[in-house]
Design a protein around this ligand. Structure first.
Ligand SMILES: Cc1cc2nc3c(=O)[nH]c(=O)nc-3n(C[C@H](O)[C@H](O)[C@H](O)COP(=O)(O)OP(=O)(O)OC[C@H]3O[C@@H](n4cnc5c(N)ncnc54)[C@H](O)[C@@H]3O)c2cc1C
Length: 322
């Protein structure tokens, strides 16, 4: 039987694994995809908004070419951490549920069961895109994840949303020669878009390089067009691709299958003790951005780096090691 199972091999899961290893716990990380799977699926040319210094974990320097690292540099950083600590990670191991059995937790996965005394849930929020819920959303031309700009060169692209990702994607597509229209639900772009992006996109909209429809939602997506609900009425726009940058949310079905309690308020925050990060289940902890529920901009790598230390110290206390 294991001391600890960590569900999710993102920055938070990796950080917890390093702390667990330093504490000589017998642990394993279960990751449904590849190492730092969410970051691997971020836009190919993405640059973090945090400086590499603020992303560092376990005191290991994160060297990047400029102050803010790229996705590629981050992938290499986490790979080096995994290698140098020789972390125990089972990849392609999707956790499906959990139940308590004879005083320990039994975790069911796509490949079989794991038995453990303690569990850390660090599953992030990047697996479930917020759907628009409109006809045509399942057409192949609709993307909820943005990868490479190359697909969109000289194409008519509708970017849905007005926050950081939507602005980033709209600018990159426009710079590479796409004909970009934005559909923004609010009356303006999200005013907390990063300060080095907001004036750029606002100026592109002002000069007419990027078309933007505010107070606008998508009514229907058709193979060659999009119908918008605008304040002036319905508008049909010729279109090749819809990039729905409408955000993501934690996988609540999984959290419920694990037996975790969720707050019934609109943010649907998983319930945990602020001091120990222990959930409603004794010995089961929550780490990383999953802790913010639907408020996905509450936590990020920078402000969750201490989670690993808090949780592993609490496990040590329970074990009488501290
Ligand atoms: C585009 C974008 C840019 C961002 N930029 C920054 C930034 O600059 N700075 C910053 O601090 N934060 C940033 N964030 C926010 C956040 O820090 C990252 O999302 C970060 O990856 C969160 O780390 P995490 O370990 O909590 O979750 P994740 O990185 O999402 O890791 C969760 C892991 O759990 C795995 N998993 C999920 N379900 C299961 C299951 N059932 N079984 C097994 N494994 C499972 C996933 O595959 C994934 O690998 C950004 C987020 C986005 C979306």
């Amino acid at each position: 039987m294991l001391d600890l199972v960590i569900i999710g091999g993102g920055p938070s899961g990796i950080n917890c694994a390093i702390e667990a290893q330093k504490a000589h716990l017998n642990y394993v990380v279960l990751e449904k995809g590849v190492l730092v799977n969410s970051i691997f699926h971020f836009p190919a040319n993405m640059t973090f908004f945090s400086t590499s210094k603020k992303l560092e974990i376990a005191g290991v320097p994160f060297i990047s070419h400029s102050d803010k690292p790229t996705r590629r540099e981050a992938l290499e950083y986490y790979r080096r951490l995994m290698e140098s600590y020789n972390l125990a990670i089972d990849f392609d191991m999707q956790v499906l549920g959990m139940h308590k059995k004879d005083g320990h937790y039994s975790i069911s996965t796509s490949e079989g069961e794991y038995h453990t005394k303690y569990v850390i849930v660090a599953t992030g929020f990047y697996d479930k895109p917020n759907l628009m819920g409109v006809p045509g959303e399942n057409l192949p031309k609709v993307k909820h994840y943005y990868d490479e700009v190359h697909h969109y060169i000289r194409k008519k692209v509708m970017v849905v949303g007005g926050a950081n990702s939507a602005c980033d994607v709209a600018l990159e597509c426009w710079q590479k020669g796409a004909d970009v229209t934005m559909a923004v639900r609010g009356s303006e772009l999200y005013q907390r878009v990063k300060y080095w992006i907001l004036p750029n996109i606002e100026n592109r909209i002002k000069e007419g390089s990027i078309q933007a429809h505010f107070n606008t939602t998508i009514k229907e997506i058709l193979p060659k067009s999009v119908i918008l609900n605008t304040p002036e009425g319905e508008k049909t726009i010729y279109n090749d691709y819809v990039l729905a940058m409408t955000g993501y949310s934690p996988n609540y079905e999984l959290l419920e299958n694990l037996g975790l309690a969720i707050d019934t308020d609109e943010l649907r925050t998983p319930i945990f003790d602020e001091n120990t990060l222990e959930s409603n289940l004794p010995g089961v902890y929550l780490a990383g951005v999953v802790n913010g529920g639907l408020k996905t901009n509450k936590y990020f790598i920078e402000n969750t780096r201490h989670h690993a230390d808090v949780i592993v110290r609490n496990i040590e206390l329970k074990e009488g090691i501290l």
